[in-house]
Write a protein that binds this ligand. Structure first.
Ligand SMILES: Cc1cc2nc3c(=O)[nH]c(=O)nc-3n(C[C@H](O)[C@H](O)[C@H](O)COP(=O)(O)OP(=O)(O)OC[C@H]3O[C@@H](n4cnc5c(N)ncnc54)[C@H](O)[C@@H]3O)c2cc1C
Length: 507
């Protein structure tokens, strides 16, 4: 892309939507370029702030005419995965969140909202509290200033029965690469009342095509809500040994698949739990933190190698108590497994994070982990089947790779039932070049190791997407490219996102 083309794009964009909504000031550009990944910052050529779907459409048409690539973000808080940065430098960022932050519809009876990209978890939660706090939306444990729409498009997930964010989204509006506006499902029928109620409609189900792709700019999405339970009673168990993850997984599977525990069950490693709460231990110059220091931290903070948690929902105290007793009978497998009740956990910030996430309440507490080693974070989420022996071998494999690279093991296993999301957070000092190299190598080795044992990573930071996609088979990659050519023939939308580009004549 030429500098002339960029200049022309910026000039005409200012004419189309107003010059105050087109930014090229160096401090603004630097802010959007900031990446928490070891590969460093990725500088955009400018930032554009459209105000509605029609403005998005005219900006996309302009980008297509000028052959200038654009990369949409909702709020750009994809921490651990690349924040606001595009896969490639020099593109125009389309920051939708700045102006497109309205809740477009709310139906308390059928329990759904329709949001624009800039509606944050925090704003949606506040809105629902104002409406009487009887309904809740699942949330992440990440920044409350992140958005349900952006998170869903990156295949994010949460902790309540609405944890499957794509599974609870219904009806999408997206601007395609040629500027046309596609409404999925029943949204394609003018005046339809079921766009955000019925997920399938007539014909192909297209919503999923906008996840982890670069086929459109999503401007609107329906989200199904849940009734807030009268009682939310969390439970916590401290397991002392790393290898306890095997038993935890087998028991967690039964509790989830039998429907005893309606929320996710999490097994949070000691350092994952502490990284948002305490400074990095003095005297440990580089990771990993030695075993004896970890044991000391367990004693000092009354934690285990794994903090296992979940919550029971109900409207009847007796029912909640008896279910909790059942959970205790299953999870308290030895006398050295310590139970921490809800009331005590609610007073401990590192445990209250989990109570908040099981209650659909955004929390800013966990994000502090990004500062533990100075601001660097890489998130990788391989799936682990809910089979104890496999989970144990996965945890050992991750620890071995991370330890070999001098990195602390911070893992949060989030049990869905059949698989756990194994959220690995690699925390590091981004100003230390050698550490960045070790982190990049560890991340690549982890991805390769999980692929080799048959559990490929499903959500990848922006600097690893192209490589990870290159390991999908030829047909999958070709079809993704072909769909790209249909949805975005000029290839202007986020070139390279998740390794997808329009086919070249050589392909
Ligand atoms: C401590 C910590 C905890 C976290 N916990 C969780 C968690 O529990 N669950 C979880 O899923 N994540 C978690 N995250 C990751 C991340 O912070 C969230 O997923 C966050 O909500 C994503 O940012 P966003 O909503 O602003 O999306 P954005 O950064 O705006 O977008 C994410 C991606 O989607 C694309 N995109 C965004 N909007 C559009 C659009 N309108 N059209 C087309 N493409 C678009 C972007 O190009 C980008 O690649 C956590 C991070 C940290 C640091």
């Amino acid at each position: 892309m030429s500098e002339d083309a960029i200049r022309r794009f910026l000039r005409e964009a200012a004419e189309e939507i107003g010059e105050q909504w087109v930014e090229t000031a160096s401090d603004t550009v630097e802010m959007y370029a900031a990446s928490e990944l070891p590969s460093g910052n990725i500088c955009p050529a400018g930032i554009v702030f459209p105000g509605d779907a029609d403005e998005v459409s005219s900006i996309v048409r302009l980008a297509s005419r000028c052959q200038v690539p654009i990369h949409p973000i909702s709020t750009g808080k994809n921490l651990g995965l690349g924040a606001a940065v595009a896969p490639r430098p020099g593109v125009i960022l389309l920051d939708l969140g700045r102006r497109m932050n309205r809740i477009l519809e709310f139906d308390p009876v059928l329990r759904y909202v329709v949001v624009e990209p800039g509606v944050t978890y925090e704003a949606l939660h506040e809105f629902l509290v104002d409406q009487g706090d009887t309904l809740m939306c699942d949330t992440t444990s990440g920044p409350p200033s992140g958005s349900p729409l952006g998170n869903t498009l990156d295949k994010g997930g949460g902790y309540t029965p609405g944890a499957d964010h794509f599974g609870n989204c219904c009806g999408i509006e997206a601007v395609l690469g040629d500027g046309r506006i596609l409404r999925t499902g029943d949204g394609a029928v003018s005046g339809s009342k079921t766009w955000h109620l019925s997920r399938y409609g007539l014909g192909p189900v297209m919503d999923g095509l906008f996840l982890q792709s670069n086929f459109g700019v999503v401007t609107r999405m329906g989200i199904w809500l849940m009734r807030r339970p009268d009682i939310i009673e969390s439970f916590f168990f401290m397991y002392p040994n790393d290898d306890d993850i095997g038993d935890i997984t087998d028991i967690g599977r039964e509790l989830r698949l039998d429907g005893v525990v309606p929320t996710a069950i999490k097994a949070t490693s000691d350092l994952y739990a502490l990284s948002s709460q305490i400074p990095y231990p003095a005297g440990v110059s580089t990771g990993p933190i030695p075993q004896e220091v970890r044991r000391e931290l367990h004693r000092e903070h009354d934690l285990g190698a794994w903090v296992v948690s979940g919550a029971i929902y109900g409207s009847n105290t007796n029912h909640v108590r008896s279910t909790l007793q059942h959970v205790k009978n299953r999870l308290q497998i030895r006398s050295d497994v310590k139970y921490v009740p809800h009331g005590e956990a609610a007073e401990r910030p590192e445990l209250k994070i989990h109570i908040d996430t099981y209650s659909g309440r955004p929390t800013g507490e966990e994000v502090a982990m990004t500062n533990w080693r100075g601001g660097g974070i890489v998130s990788l989420t391989p799936a682990t089947p809910m089979i104890g022996d496999v989970a144990k071998s996965h945890a050992r494999m991750s620890r071995a790779i991370l330890t070999e690279h001098g990195i602390d093991t911070c893992i949060d296993y989030i049990f869905a039932g059949r698989v756990a999301r194994g959220l690995h957070s690699i925390l590091f000092d981004p100003t230390n070049g050698a550490e960045c190299e070790r982190v990049a190598s560890a991340a690549q080795q982890l991805r390769a190791a999980y692929r080799d044992v048959g559990y490929p990573v499903g959500r990848v930071p922006v600097d690893g997407q192209e490589d990870e996609m290159s390991h999908r088979d030829r047909v999958f990659r070709d079809v993704a490219s072909n769909v790209k050519a249909v949805f975005d023939p000029g290839g202007v939308l986020s070139p390279g996102r998740y390794g997808i580009d329009v086919p070249t004549s050589m392909d």
